[in-house]
Ligand binder design. Sequence first.
Ligand code: PHB
Ligand code: FE
Length: 328
Amino acid sequence: MTELQQNALCSIDSEATGYQEFQIGEIKFQRCEYFAYITCPTSQHMMPIDAFLTALMRDIAWGFFYGTVAFDDVFGTTNHYGNVDIFLGKFHDEWIKSEKVHIQNHESDELMDVFKAMQSDWTNAEFDPFAAPQETGKAWGRKNGDNEAAISRERETAQRMVGMPGDTPLRTDENGFPVNRAFLDVDQTEPVVDAQEGFENEIHAFNLFGYLSRSDVTWNPSIVSVLRQSLFCPTTEEYILPIEHGNDRPEWFLQLSDEIVWEIKDGTNGKATASVTMRPGDVATMPGDIRHQGFSPKRAMLIVWENGSPEIMEQIKNGTVNPLPVEF
Ligand code: PHB
Ligand code: FE
């Protein structure tokens, strides 16, 4: 038996379930009808398959995101922008104490290829990993078709601002974005922009609430406006952010509607430190040395305000970034 097989908690009969196995370096991934199994030379870790696939979908869609994407308290990735760490137990006290932490580093493209192939093979026809739990079929069971349309959705990333000529279009009934059941009362009127001659390409406005009311995905920020390095990334949130985000720079949240509770943990050992309840009009910042996960009882609108500065990327790489957004 190989070391990987010896660590297995249970044997997975992939022939019976129909799912492929995947491997990168010394980490092997398998799924059964209910769980994903992640095996490395020191141990094996299990996750419910719906939690695994919704987290994997975010890691893929966001290109490994800023800093750490923790699928749960054991498994995740840390982005070094070009290459990426994939880890088990790195931020988990017991894994650290028992010297079981396993970390591999890979070229981002190499890991992305494996992640995409796994997402594609393990997502069944009726399951949409971007959808709210009430708006999707189940992830469970044996291999049953695929859902390429759902998992290959491109994140909307405006160059300047949504709705400008040649930029990301507004969402409408006609282009396949009906108003979500939770936002039927949102005013759909678009602002009238009357630009002075010669300024038609300089001034623009659109109804952000209307735009968000038509989002068909949850916990998937799209970039709606770019001003130099300032990225406005609004999103609609329902149920639980499928990952815990261990950000490597401060980011800001502006709550536009409803209510989200953020559970905050220490960035290095995962111990709970705070709980932040945000209501419409509230603004909060997440410093760069924590991890956070949002809980949204009703579909809510949120702006995530990100810092896309190339200088901060360099500071992160050489360890000089200030994790604090403000100092008093
Ligand atoms: C975050 O980690 O800050 C985050 C990610 C996705 C969301 C909202 C917030 O939809
Ligand atoms: Fe975050």
